[in-house]
Design a protein around this ligand. Structure first.
Ligand code: SF4
Ligand code: SF4
Length: 417
């Protein structure tokens, strides 16, 4: 009996609204599948996904790990003869997937809609001002910064109050992110039908799949395979390294100041401070490279950046500039340092909260799929090789029997002679 396709038209509309408006131009020539490094004979990527999206086959696309393995190199878009921009369509599909995993959905809408910008920064401003008022028991005295002093912001907003802002936000974002990752893992692994004997232990999962995936991410191996957009490799790599440095120094300050009694402010020549400033410089450099690269790709017609892409890039750039800027203004003894510092905290608040809702969520979901990809590929390979291995053993045993029979026959012949 013929299978009836029930297209999800809301999904098609969602992809078009999220930046995949060229979706219907695809006429299935398969040029994209020829140039894409992820394409295989079994999975002609992204040609197959283009038609599934055209048909509104939401479930099939949502269970397809390839949409996350795509790193938007734009090779397919550059060669598509119809201007269907498969790279942009896949980015729109990923944005829809992030929406599926995000809860509450209103936060996804705020992060993916220009109108949401005012709400997000409004909330951030209220939260930061409330912390400042609480720390100072009312309006603080904005003393003129003493040049080269290092205690200005500490008196204005002690670390404990900064923690009181960011720990709940980071905890909330982490919970939503973990829930999203768990849902994604379940969606991909349901129906995989892997025999118990092939299922890895937690330790095997970490050593065989998770650690090699982190190594691959650090090396940016997939980005190195980009053709028309190889330049993006550097900007992306710098951003990743900057985030790692800033994550480490933030945690050192958190543990040192809150638990070990090394009270802030720490002087400028403190190694942790030096590393933090270095991280900020790399962050600014990496985001400028990516913004320039994105603009160039748009000018060439190889990319049509969505609001969510630009929002994240400029947010990261502002975090770097305001973080470093507040410090420089403070050192120069300028009162403007207060305003820049408040804006810096607001930007960090919006970034933290947006982890599972903005394009930042790629970091979570793409990493999860890379682990899944290693896991499935490895288990399937082991399952395949174990079948022939059993055959080999049987053949070897049969050959052994044959040769021992031949040997016995030869022995018998020799004895008869
Ligand atoms: S997206 Fe473009 S290159 Fe790919 S199959 Fe469709 S028309 Fe061809
Ligand atoms: S953007 Fe790059 S990785 Fe993604 S589908 Fe196109 S060619 Fe493949």
């Amino acid at each position: 009996m013929a299978r009836i396709i029930e297209p999800d038209l809301n999904f098609v509309k969602g992809v078009i609204d999220a930046g995949g408006d060229t979706l219907k131009k695809c006429y299935q020539c398969a040029t994209c599948a020829v140039v894409c490094p992820l394409s295989t004979n079994e999975n002609p990527f992204p040609r197959k996904q283009m038609i599934l999206a055209q048909w509104g086959m939401k479930e099939q696309i949502a269970r397809d790990p390839s949409i996350w393995l795509c790193h938007q190199c734009s090779d397919c878009t550059a060669y598509c003869p119809r201007g269907a921009r498969p790279g942009d369509v896949l980015a729109a599909i990923r944005s829809m997937a992030i929406r599926e995993y995000a809860e509450p959905k209103i936060l996804w809408s705020l992060y993916n809609n220009p109108a949401g910008l005012i709400v997000l920064f409004g909330v951030a401003l209220v939260v930061v001002l409330a912390a400042i008022l609480a720390a100072n028991h009312g309006m603080p005295e904005l003393e003129v910064p003493v040049k080269f002093s290092h205690g200005l912001f500490h008196g204005f907003l002690p670390v404990l109050y900064v923690d009181a802002i960011f720990l709940p936000v980071a905890g909330f974002a982490a919970l939503i992110a973990i829930r999203g990752i768990a849902n994604m893992w379940k969606q991909f692994t349901t129906g995989l039908d892997i025999p118990e004997a092939y299922k890895p232990t937690t330790m095997e999962m970490i050593t065989r799949y998770i650690i090699p995936t982190f190594k691959e991410i650090l090396d940016h191996e997939r980005f190195k395979k980009c053709g028309v957009n190889y330049e993006r490799f550097n900007g992306h790599r710098y951003l990743l390294y900057a985030f790692i440095v800033l994550f480490v120094v933030t945690n050192i300050v958190f543990i040192g100041a809150d638990f070990l009694g090394f009270h802030t402010p720490w002087p400028l020549w403190n190694p942790v401070k030096i590393f933090a400033n270095l991280g900020a410089v790399i962050l600014i450099y990496g985001s400028v490279l990516l913004i320039q690269n994105r603009k160039a790709r748009e000018a060439e017609g190889n990319l049509s950046g969505s609001y969510a892409d630009w929002f994240l890039l400029y947010l990261i750039l502002f975090i770097g500039i305001t973080g470093l800027g507040a410090e420089i203004l403070r050192i120069l003894g300028l009162r403007l340092a207060y305003a820049v510092y408040i804006f810096h905290l607001m930007c960090v608040f919006v970034l933290f909260l947006g982890l599972p809702f903005s394009k930042f969520a790629h970091l979570l979901y793409r990493s999860t799929v890379m682990v899944y990809d290693r896991y499935v590929t490895d288990v399937r390979a082991r399952m395949e090789t174990s079948a022939p291995a059993a055959t080999v053993v049987e053949e070897a045993a049969a050959a052994g029997e044959e040769s021992s029979e031949e040997a016995a026959a030869e022995e018998g012949q020799q004895e008869a002679q």
